[in-house]
Design a protein around this ligand. Structure first.
Ligand code: NAP
Ligand code: G4F
Length: 351
């Protein structure tokens, strides 16, 4: 029988790659979206899946909309990817971030517990929850104690703990994927990798001449998003639910991203980059390195794309977009596309 999956945050980077992956596995895919004044379906358009998803209007802040989405879609699996996912913004909007990222997950768990406790839940947890722990270089595991240093991470840690509590207390099949940073050409422009690759592409084409960044010394364990969404799915196919670190095992600095992206486009980053204190956070995580041995042992997950390949592919994609835009080509993100009306599931008039 065809399996049904509901993805919150389907319009985001991971939502788009996961929707594509699940459609390729012949799932029926339902995705929640938020109403906004400008359509935000460009990633799904870019991956060619915009008209293959059943869209439900729902917000993680709104319990009624989540109840409706789960009732209508009757999923076998829920992937809770929706979040205010930008760590920097969580310092400006700590209450909203806690509500969406923390209480939002609680709402999803409660809906499942009350409607159908057999639904399997994937919770998008994050390596940010570790904060600045000692001996990072040995690799952070599922056993490493967590000490968040941002409102985003505090919200995600609340969600992480609730997943564990609902799993042990109510027997739900709920799993935390503790994913380390993962990027792609579909990454939001506010995140540092894409901010750099997009600026490098513009600079190399003479469209801009400076780039302002914050903490160049911060180090992250960066992998490729399309590989990470496969791990989400694998976690929900196991006999027993558990929590898993998903990471490459190597960390690189923001400066390494700069060097790799700019060199790949034949430019010298030092001529264009300045450090802007406004891009720095009140607290920052200095270094993250994950150890995903448990994922390898339990479901044979391995990252394949190297840091260099990842950053070079993002720089090349941004260069290609700007080059073609200069040549007059119109892209989904220039002229926002909208799915056909038939894929929106609405209540319609009262019977
Ligand atoms: P993203 O591109 O920022 O996507 C976030 C998604 O959440 C978007 O679809 C967004 O909708 C949606 N959303 C925001 N607020 C919402 C709300 N109130 N109700 C419902 N949906 C809401 O993030 P991503 O990189 O795909 O990450 C996916 C998830 O993994 C997030 O939970 C993130 O925190 C977590 N995570 C990401 C990484 C990473 O490196 N990418 C690592 C660890 C964990 P709009 O399109 O309408 O804004
Ligand atoms: O790209 P970032 O904004 O990602 P960050 O904060 O690591 O968070 C991402 O990964 C988490 C997993 O660990 C996810 F949970 C989260 O949702 C998100 O996807 O920043 C990376 C590093 C930081 O140390 C930041 O201070 O880059 C540093 N940085 C330096 N200059 C900058 C900049 N970050 C941004 N966004 N912009 C800058 O100009």
């Amino acid at each position: 029988m065809t399996k049904r999956a509901l993805i919150t945050g389907v319009t985001g980077q991971d939502g788009a790659y996961l929707a594509k992956f699940l459609l390729d596995q012949e799932y029926e895919v339902f995705g929640t979206y938020r109403r906004s004044s400008t359509p935000n379906f460009w990633r799904l358009d870019a991956l060619g899946v915009i008209d293959k998803i059943n869209f439900l209007h729902a917000d993680l802040n709104d319990m009624a909309s989540l109840l409706e989405a789960v009732t209508v879609s009757e999923p076998d699996e829920i992937y809770n990817l929706g979040a205010q996912s930008f760590v920097g913004a969580s310092f400006e909007a700590p209450l909203l971030t806690g509500d969406v990222d923390g209480l939002g997950a609680a709402r999803v768990l409660e809906v499942v517990r009350s409607i159908n406790p057999k639904i399997r839940i994937y919770q998008a947890s994050s390596s940010e929850i570790y904060g600045n722990v000692a001996n990072v270089e040995r690799g952070l595991t599922e056993e490493t104690p967590m000490l968040p240093v941002s409102p985003y991470a505090a919200g995600k840690l609340y969600a992480y703990n609730l997943v564990r509590i609902y799993r042990e207390g109510y027997g739900l099949f709920a799993a935390n994927g503790i994913l380390f940073n993962h990027e792609s050409p579909l990454r939001g422009l506010e995140f540092v990798t894409r901010k750099i690759t997009n600026a490098a592409a513009q600079i190399s084409l003479g469209l801009r001449n400076k780039l302002e960044l914050g903490n160049l010394e911060a180090r992250r364990d960066w992998g490729f998003a399309a590989e990470y969404v496969q791990a989400m799915w694998k976690m929900l196919q196991l006999d027993k639910p558990s929590d898993y670190v998903i990471a490459t095992g190597s960390s690189y600095s923001v400066q390494d991203v700069l060097v790799t992206a700019f060199e790949s486009l034949g430019i010298d980053w030092q001529k264009y980059v300045t450090v802007d204190k406004r891009q720095m956070r009140p607290l920052d995580v200095h270094n993250l390195v994950g150890d995903s041995s448990k994922a390898k042992a339990d479901f044979d997950w391995n990252p394949a794309t190297s840091f260099k390949e990842l950053i070079e592919s993002m720089a090349a994609a941004d260069y290609d977009r700007w080059r073609r835009r200069i040549d007059g080509e119109v892209f989904p993100w220039d002229a926002p596309s909208y799915p056909s009306e038939s894929v929106f599931l609405t209540r319609g008039p009262q019977k």
